[in-house]
Write a protein that binds this ligand. Sequence first.
Ligand SMILES: [Zn+2]
Length: 266
Amino acid sequence: MRTQLMEEAIKDGLMPSCPIIDIHGHWGPFSGIYFPKPYGDGMIASMERSGVVLNVFSSHAAIFEGFEGNLVTLRAVREYPERFRGYVVYNPNEPQTWERCRKLFEEYEEFVGFKIHPGVDNYSLLGKNYQPLFEYAHQKQALVLSHTWGGDICGAKAVRGVMEKYPEIRFLMGHSCYGEWEEAVKVAQDFPHAYLELTAAYAVGGLVAYFVEQVGAEKVLFGTDAPWFDPHYPMGCVIFAEISDEDRRNIFYRNAERLLGIELGD
Ligand SMILES: [Zn+2]
């Protein structure tokens, strides 16, 4: 049976009645791949084609080139304040930058949380240099988007270890601990502030419906990794998952609204 949101998406390629927040985006070029349009107007054009109203991102410069890359993020959000928010990227291999990361987050409302990438940095989520960030995020109930992927460095077991110690972090499991689906589900069930984030994972057949059934749509968020992927593809994976339109609205924007403290309205 086709639902209202399915009908809208099939007709127009986007859903006029359902805004989308992309909680896991990026920005700018990256040496390992060619992105045709990884900046403002090009990013916004692809967002508009699919109805993404807000993209919360970390710049590639911040992930791959060091602390100063966070200033690329800040400038980008300032240029397009209606369409973007930023994550402060913290690299545990450069622990001396933590205080500067904290100040950026506190001083600039352009930043709504922290992004960490234990995979790129080859540093376990349980390692000591993450502790100042986690301690702070726990105290402030701040949003942390972590790349998570099956394995020791940032798989479900490591996320569980973080949540046991710091349960107040609003912890987004980016890619939902890719491959360790059942364990990621258990973490989201056991900790009220641990969330499954769908980037890359939505392409696994039946996974979106499985997540919703196991943890409820209130614990599942939409992300794309744009400009790595066009938002249309993940959007279709959620629209044609066997879940309800209410579930889709939670995934597409309501959960993100709540976590970001904003309101787009239905
Ligand atoms: Zn990413």
